[in-house]
Ligand binder design. Structure first.
Ligand code: NAG
Length: 357
């Protein structure tokens, strides 16, 4: 009797722990993922042993109901340590069918490509591979990831074009492609990314015009397209966006004049320096103008400094150097707190802080 009870409870225990621990197929996928990577310093993978990958495997967590692996969270940088990992991301990661977030960030040495099969992981909400040496292209059918809210592959060596399908990521809120080797033009239908609040694409080789459809992205607060090869004019409609606060278009080949809307909008950080913008700087500032930064340096602006700037509520940093401006620098704020470097290398500006007229 005693032994029967023992056997039953032992069996029950075995059944319960089997239910609570990760499926052998998920464990096998994780071990294949681990085998393609090499991290000899922190030795985080030393904890990836035993049958239950849902418990005490560093950076792995499982869904409470399905008991499938849901998150891989491996960060190489923190306040107290800095890691280094080489190898590549094994396509076996795609066997983790319930994966919801994959963060493999700041390991500096992870190379290879983003596995193409990652687009089959329909539960994915977060892809964060920032700060590695990943090359190859963004998977062409990335748009299949309809739950994706964060795509951060900044600071890698990604090349090729932005696939058109990316614009069908209808849940995407945060897109960070900075500092890669991405070329080609921005997809025309960029504006389909209706949930996007941050679009950071600086430091690539993106060419062609800025699609006007971007201004349909109602939630977009931060647009950084700096240090690319963009050309054409600044779409007038960018100045009509409800919550756009930061617009960085510096270091491109953008031409034409500044749409007045850009200077009367919700934008507070505006960097248009190092382009080929021309014409007069619109004289449209007023008591509602609030700018932490207006950097218009290294363009071809001509005419006078707008008088109404002196009526602005706040102008933190203003740089008008290296243009073709002419005439007297207005007096009062913000001009009182700016130094020479904001005005040098123009055609004929004069007055404080430059030489008297
Ligand atoms: C604006 O962009 C230029 C060129 O990328 C950069 O050098 C400058 O520091 C930026 N201005 C401000 C105020 O951040």
């Amino acid at each position: 009797m005693h032994s029967v009870r023992h056997i039953i409870s032992a069996l029950l225990f075995a059944v319960i722990s089997a239910v609570n621990s990760c499926p052998p197929s998920d464990r096998a996928a994780l071990l294949a993922f681990k085998a393609a990577l090499h991290e000899p310093h922190l030795r985080i993978f030393d904890s990836w042993t035993g049958t239950d990958c849902c418990h005490k495997w560093y950076g792995v967590s499982c869904d409470a109901e399905s008991h499938r692996v849901a998150d891989i969270n491996l960060r190489g940088e923190s306040q107290d340590r800095s890691g280094f990992m080489t190898g590549f991301i094994s396509p076996k990661i795609c066997n983790l069918a319930r994966l919801s977030s994959v963060t493999i960030a700041d390991w500096k040495g992870i190379a290879g490509e983003i596995p193409k099969c990652i687009t089959t992981l329909s539960f994915l909400r977060i892809i964060d591979l920032v700060g590695n040496k990943i090359s190859g292209e963004i998977p062409a059918d990335i748009g299949k990831l309809q739950s994706l809210t964060v795509l951060n592959i900044a600071d890698n060596q990604i090349s090729g074009r932005i696939p058109a399908s990316l614009t069908s990521l209808s849940s995407l809120m945060h897109l960070d492609l900075r500092n890669n080797k991405i070329s080609g033009s921005l997809p025309n239908k960029f504006g389909r990314l209706r949930m996007l609040s941050r679009a950071l694409l600086s430091g690539n080789q993106i060419s062609g015009p800025i699609p006007a459809s971007i201004s349909q992205i109602y939630r977009l607060a931060d647009l950084d397209l700096s240090m690319n090869k963009l050309s054409g004019a600044i779409p007038y409609s960018l100045g009509k966006m409800a919550v756009l606060t930061t617009l960085n278009l510096d270091c491109n080949k953008i031409s034409g004049t500044i749409p007045t809307t850009i200077l009367t909008s919700s934008i507070e950080n505006l960097n248009l320096s190092r382009n080929a913008l021309e014409g007069k700087i619109p004289d449209v500032f007023g008591s509602k103008s609030y700018f932490t930064v207006i950097d218009l340096a290294y363009n071809k602006f001509s005419g006078p400094i707008p008088r109404t700037l002196a009526a602005a509520d706040y102008i933190g940093h203003l740089d008008l150097s290296y243009n073709h401006l002419c005439g007297r620098i207005p007096a009062g704020e913000p001009f009182d707190h700016l130094d020479e470097s904001s005005f040098t290398h123009n055609d004929c500006l004069c007055g404080k802080p430059l030489k008297a007229c």
